[in-house]
Design a protein around this ligand. Sequence first.
Ligand code: SF4
Length: 428
Amino acid sequence: MSASPGSLTCGAPPAERVITHERGQREVFCGLTGIVWLHRKIQDAFFLVVGSRTCAHLIQSAAGVMIFAEPRFATAIIDERDLAGLADIDEELDRVVERLLARRPDIKMLFLVGSCPSEVIKLDLSRAAQRLSRRMTPAVRVLAYSGSGIETTFTQGEDACLAALVAEAPAAPAESPASLIIVGALADAVEDQFRRLFAAIGIAHVSFLPARRASEMPAVGPNVRFLLAQPFLADTARALESRGAQRIAAPFPLGSEGTAAWLTAAADAFRIPRARVEEAIAIPRARAVLSLERHRERLAGKRVFFFPDSQLEAPLARFLARELGMEIVEIGAPYLHRAHLAEELALLPPDVRIVEGQDVERQLDRCRAEKPDLVVCGLGLANPLEAEGFATKWSIELVFTPVQGFEQAGDLAELFARPLLRRELVEV
Ligand code: SF4
């Protein structure tokens, strides 16, 4: 299904949606995982996790094979030995950072990333970042954020990182022209496509947060409008708003419909006529609609169940239901930001079951009772569910893979079609 931007209607307005809350055991990665895609995006940044051997292990296994000549992340392991004194740890941290920066002059931005071992919680990494930044400026900026599993689920690591960037962003001069910031790490190819589309639509001043290089991070101020590219950026949006920038409300750019509505919302905010938008997006949108057709054949009528993980669940469910004809059994999400997701919630099928938070055992019971064709879940649940005979899709893959925009709509659909095809082949 595709609809003209601005004519999207379906389901119930968010205020009328019934959203169930669940609290119990959770099955999600921590925010350190975000480093895996953030270190690819900001090409002259380095992420130094201050953590335990567990943290080092998680990052190494999540990142898989290193593809760079020099790594862009590492873990400074703080163990019980260091409990002798916090001053010692501060000095040790300074020494580690100085050694790293002396050896790697290519690093222009260093993130100290906090974690959850108690030794690390006692450290004031923000103060350490300020201290080190003063010493290293202007060659290197040092920032800090937390990826601790106590405070963050896996996509919240990106939120914390971007919020730290906003706090340090330069102020946009009052006389500068109105500009647009796209917020959320996107693959470079996707960013380039959006840049071309915004230019064709007629929005002249567009920048991306995070930028590819430390020196290119956008300036922030009251003449800035911003458009979220990801639904998990609550703290970043709050940080931008606290500096006067205004959020443009929109669905997220997943699928042909979401992308068209997202671009149109930006154009509306800059008072660009709808006819110009329609003309600029007509060809790529038609390509996106076409690319979905063959996947629709496989996916229409199939039932999908979302476990809470990436916070992308609601926009993905909207895409699968409206553009591929799938039936949504349950949307589980770790958090639902009512304002940022208002447009998405309004587009979901009426009466779809939405559960915020997690009680994993109860959710597994519901999943088994419903027998969905496809389960979207974290890595920890995927293997046991596969063993029980369910086809699964790892939600983390939906964050790693370029899925936003018209040109990626077919690839996004394929990510859901592939596990079903694999299962069909296995069953033959
Ligand atoms: S931050 Fe916490 S949850 Fe994440 S890997 Fe380290 S110890 Fe584990």
